[in-house]
Design a protein around this ligand. Structure first.
Ligand code: SAH
Length: 215
């Protein structure tokens, strides 16, 4: 029989997420629910619940569980929300968002990872999560506005199209800074105003595209 890693998941949520101050019961429930081991390469399943990112191929990573929890909590997702993610990777963050929101669109620039994310998300029956292969620095105007936008790759500044596609009262969470070090920022749109808040230092793979870094 295949392992379901329920105990590992419980420990991950208790020790890495709740113990470090993530308060949201909805975020904890989603992270208890989504089988993270199905979003890492088969040979790394035993390490899927460790307190660190892991390689997923193509030079990219699946984010550390704690950082996924923090970003999801900052986004303050509500049940009816429409969410946009930039940087699907293997689809784990999108799967968490799919448990909390009404609809999720996640953009991935590398076709092989977009395929992987699509397979992984189909595998857990996440029918409200849609994977798009494109340059996410342009956003996804056809489904805008979004109640929440989450960028899971490092960007020198927030691409303007993303602010343009954020609903009034909506939040945008992104790691903003240099290629080596960023600050995790949470911006709230209040009418024409964008109100920034900084969570702290983080380190992500680069956002590559028209409004991001050059390859
Ligand atoms: N959200 C993922 C993290 C993936 S790492 C998780 O749940 O673990 C960041 C991803 O962003 C990489 O897969 C990378 O290929 C992708 N990426 C980088 N620049 C991008 C862009 N302009 N548009 C879409 N995806 C991009």
């Amino acid at each position: 029989m295949e392992r379901d890693y329920t105990e590992e998941r419980r420990r991950m949520v208790d020790q890495q997420i709740r113990a470090r101050g993530v308060r949201s019961a909805r975020v904890a429930a989603a992270m208890l629910d989504v089988p993270r081991h199905l979003f890492v390469p088969p040979g790394l399943q035993g390490a899927a619940y460790g307190d660190h990112p892991l390689p997923i191929g193509s030079g990219q990573t699946i984010s550390q569980p704690y950082i996924v929890a923090v970003m999801t909590e900052l986004l303050a997702v509500e049940a009816g929300d429409r969410i946009l993610e930039i940087g699907a990777g293997s689809g784990y963050q999108a799967a968490i968002l799919g448990r909390l929101a009404a609809e999720v669109w996640t953009i991935e620039r590398l076709p092989e990872l977009a395929d992987l994310a699509e397979r992984n998300l189909a595998g857990i029956g996440a029918e409200n999560v849609h994977v798009v292969t494109a340059d996410g620095t342009l956003g996804l105007p056809e489904h805008a506005p979004y109640d929440g936008i989450i960028v899971t790759a490092a960007t020198p500044s927030v691409p303007q199209p993303l602010f343009d596609q954020l609903a009034d009262g909506g939040r945008l969470v992104a790691p903003v800074g240099s290629r080596g070090l960023q600050y995790l920022m949470c911006y709230t749109r209040k009418g024409d105003e964008i109100v920034p808040a900084s969570w702290g230092a983080v380190c992500f793979v680069p956002l590559i595209g028209e409004h991001g870094w050059e390859e």
